[in-house]
Design a protein around this ligand. Structure first.
Ligand code: SF4
Length: 431
């Protein structure tokens, strides 16, 4: 979920990327001015974020994972991680956490170089990853603000029951909303929340149209490397805003026009000349060498047509939409439906469907050393997807924001071997 004012500056920019960059920069600038303007903020996480609810109180969301990945793209994460490790955080801890803590201990200067305000509230929506809880336990010791936790039941058997929904709605009504009222000094305004949720649904429709455009051949988008730009506003601070609606409308127009012209995706070196491979990717990307990583794929004509990472902040392509007629219920369903809250069989089912629906050549997993939430079970998932689709799987390893775990030569070798395997398989089919 980057903006484009980072070390990927040589990346060819689409208009939507420039628009997105400006939105994110303006958000950071507003946060930096908070001590003068009196704007209050809520630190919260991407999966299960309650952006519309937060914004309906005129509070500003701050997403620590976004700060970490943005810091990594600007080459700052190495030093922040070193600060956290000096404080005793182990090498195996999620590097988003260490990057965030290092940033905080180094003056809380955000990725754009402006100081971030301390949180007025820590709001933890607990969706699947245990690290989220530990992360805010640490922050709780550092700040004096209130903390509220929304416990989101895990979708162990792949369904959301009425009692699960009620359980989350009750917490929203009895715990989260009173906390937001107290921090903001405003009363809960359900009409305002409904308006925001209606805007969310419009933006979600357009995002899904963009993601589904990858069914075309050639695909007009890359749904992983390009995809992280596309999800930026809706997964971070902008869901429910007019800017998000405008951004996704413009993005959809841009992508549909590329599709009409039969063009491939924009890559770091400009439009892709020929689509040679269509891949589904599981796992987050590496952020410290994002451009180099992307180029390895683009240089081979490998396009990612679907990815699970672009679903961490909402699985909209499976049909979920925020619903203004059921405001709290739909927020509850959103939290429970996030990718990190889905069981392994559900994840396998999604991957198999992506391979079939997008006619992909196979599944490639980018296993992230320090992210247990994604990495656990990935080899089993790979074998299952291979078995169910008959298409080959590949496996590479890197890290989110720790540059020590990005071995370019190793990744390139493995990627090339995997693509050769696909070619051999194709040759075998046509022999
Ligand atoms: S372990 Fe993975 S899912 Fe959990 S906070 Fe870290 S990066 Fe996010």
């Amino acid at each position: 979920m980057p903006d484009v004012s980072d070390r990927t500056a040589a990346v060819h920019k689409e208009d939507s990327q420039v628009r997105q960059k400006n939105m994110i920069a303006a958000h950071y600038a507003r946060l930096a001015r908070a001590p003068e303007t009196g704007d209050k903020n809520v630190y919260t996480f991407v999966p299960g974020n309650l952006t519309e609810l937060i914004r309906s109180f005129d509070l500003l969301p701050v997403l620590p994972e976004i700060n970490a990945l943005q810091s990594a793209m600007r080459g700052k994460s190495r030093d922040y991680i070193a600060v956290a490790e000096k404080l005793g955080h182990s090498e195996d801890v999620c590097t988003y956490v260490k990057c965030d803590l290092g940033m905080m201990k180094s003056g809380n200067v955000g990725p754009t170089g402006e100081r971030l305000p301390p949180p007025d509230l820590l709001l933890l929506s607990y969706t699947g990853c245990f690290t989220f809880m530990k992360w805010f336990e640490i922050l709780r010791e550092e700040y004096t603000c209130p903390v509220v936790m929304l416990h989101v039941p895990y979708q162990g058997d792949g369904t959301i029951t009425d009692s699960m929904r009620r359980y989350v709605v009750d917490q929203l009504r009895d715990k989260v909303i009173p906390a937001l009222e107290s921090v903001s000094g405003r009363r809960y305004d359900e009409a305002r929340l409904r308006e925001m949720l209606a805007r969310s649904a419009r933006a979600e429709d357009d995002l899904v149209a963009v993601l589904n455009s990858a069914r075309q051949k050639p695909s007009p988008i890359d749904a992983y490397f390009g995809g992280v730009y596309y999800i930026g506003p809706i997964f971070s601070a902008f869901r429910g805003t007019v800017e998000a609606v405008d951004y996704y409308r413009a993005l959809r127009g841009e992508v549909e026009e590329r599709g009409r012209q039969g063009l491939g995706p924009i890559t770091p070196d400009g439009p892709m000349a020929r689509e040679r491979f269509r891949l589904v990717v599981e796992g987050p990307p590496n952020w410290t060498s994002f451009r180099e990583f992307w180029k390895m794929f683009a240089d081979e004509g490998a396009v990612v047509v679907a990815s699970t990472y672009t679903k961490v902040g909402g699985v909209y392509d499976l049909g979920f939409r925020h619903d203004p007629d059921r405001p709290l219920e739909s927020l509850a369903e959103y939290c429970m439906g996030c990718y990190t809250n889905l069981s392994l069989p559900r994840r396998v089912e999604m991957l198999v469907n992506y391979i079939n629906d997008f006619d992909a050549d196979g599944l490639l997993i980018n296993s992230i050393k320090s992210c247990n939430s994604f990495s656990a079970g990935q080899l089993m998932m790979l074998r299952e997807v291979e078995r169910l689709t008959g298409r080959p799987g590949g496996f590479i390893e890197s890290d989110l924001v720790d540059p020590r775990y990005f071995s370019a030569a190793n990744i390139k070798n493995r990627l090339e071997s995997y693509l050769q395997m696909i070619e051999q398989k194709r040759a075998g089919k046509t022999a």
